[in-house]
Design a protein around this ligand. Structure first.
Ligand code: 1CP
Length: 359
């Protein structure tokens, strides 16, 4: 289903925004900036609201999810909003017993580790996505010409939580399943791809103007394992989004981000992305060269420098802006999500600086 006539990419509201233009390779647009995890614990107004609602409850309560999504836009004046949710929300909506524990992350009561466990993986019914669509509608109404970015977790990263039962440093159980039981592996990742495609699709149909797939833990795989075991499922996910095109037949821009994936950026592009999110392990200029010189980039202010004296951070911003100039499109962002102790005023200062000098 192509996007409806009133969608912000069709009505013109967001199509001429700097973020959408840069992601489509139009360097004449001003250099835009937003931050991964901009909605969250670095903001006192977020912490105040979250005192009354659990994390996942806030994700499926439209008024709350909409309000938290808008907070960083009002405060920092960023050039895009990212929908407030989590990569594990599709689990919840599909009936999996998941919670997000403070200071830990997603925890799943009964991990999926055997063929018998597959019985618990039910399809995500369309009506379960209604709170997501409702929250997005509220957000885009208030955003006007500022685009909203939809997101979801790539099958590999998402499956790691389902298989491990929670955050894990080495993903040992996940990787064991990957090498020992191909059939089970493919079934689990296929389900993750299907529910996430539905999750992202609901956000885009309701009004998001770009989308980002987070494969945060892909760097824990080598290039070979990524290509053989993770990439086919990410490609299957992206192909389910092929109908997300505007009136002119142009697709909703797709950003693909991973941590520690500098060795296989072309492979991350090949699964069906339009732009690549770059972390701190490689410069934008090198990423640009590795990708063959024709790919818009997003990134990569080192999150480790957010606490540094302004002069140090400013020099780093200049380097990132300069390095990104070579790409046929550049959206400024961090190398990973905003750390929770970040001073929010630093983020506002970065936005002001980029808007001042970042043409
Ligand atoms: O207690 C709290 O306040 C909850 C902290 C929190 C928040 C604010 C979690 C738990 N998730 C989120 C929101 C979230 N998650 C967003 C919001 C939109 C924004 O960017 O502003 C997004 C995009 C995510 C995506 C996400 N969740 C990823 C991919 C991005 C990344 O940071 O690499 C991952 C891996 C998760 C899982 C997750 N959820 C929460 C935590 C602490 C984690 C990571 C746990 C781990 O280390 O494995």
């Amino acid at each position: 289903m192509t996007l409806r006539p009133g969608h912000p990419l069709n009505s013109g509201a967001s199509a001429s925004s700097a973020v959408v233009r840069q992601l489509r390779g139009d360097q004449k647009a001003a250099r835009p900036v937003w931050f991964m995890r901009q909605a969250g614990r670095s903001l006192p107004e977020y912490r105040a609201l979250r005192e009354r609602y659990a994390m996942l409850e806030s994700c499926v309560t439209p008024d709350i999810a909409a309000e938290i999504t808008l907070q960083p836009v009002r405060r920092h004046g960023v050039d895009a909003a990212i929908f407030f949710s989590d990569i594990v929300v599709p689990f919840l909506l599909a009936g999996i017993d998941v919670e997000i524990q403070s200071g830990v992350g997603p925890v799943i009561d009964q991990p999926v580790r055997s063929h018998r466990d597959l019985d618990r993986l039910r399809p995500l019914e369309a009506h379960s996505l209604e709170p997501i669509a409702e929250a997005v509608s509220q957000v885009v109404q208030e955003l006007g010409s500022t685009p909203l970015i939809a997101f979801g977790g790539a099958p590999f990263t998402l499956a790691s939580y389902l298989i491990e039962g929670g955050p894990s440093k080495d993903l040992a159980i996940t990787r064991a399943m990957m090498s020992e039981d191909r059939e089970l592996w493919d079934a689990v990742l296929t389900w993750c791809a299907d529910i996430t495609a539905a999750f992202i699709s609901a956000q885009v149909h309701a009004g998001a103007s770009a989308l980002q797939l987070f494969d945060s833990w892909a760097g824990k795989l080598g290039a070979q394992d990524y290509v053989s075991s993770a990439a086919p499922h990410s490609a299957a996910l992206f192909s389910q989004l092929d109908d997300l095109v505007d009136d002119s037949g142009t697709r909703v821009p797709r950003i693909h981000f991973g941590l520690g994936t500098a060795e296989f950026l072309p492979e991350m592009l090949a699964v069906g992305a339009d732009a690549i999110g770059v972390d701190a392990t490689i410069t934008l200029a090198k990423a640009h060269a590795a990708l063959g010189g024709e790919v818009p980039l997003q990134g990569n202010i080192d999150v480790g420098l957010l606490d540094a004296p302004w002069e140090v951070l400013r020099r780093h911003l200049d380097d990132v802006l300069e390095s990104g100039r070579v790409a046929p499109g550049h959206v400024l962002n961090l190398s990973h999500g905003v750390p929770k102790d970040t001073d929010p005023d630093v983020l506002t200062k970065i936005v002001d600086y980029v808007h001042e000098v970042g043409s």
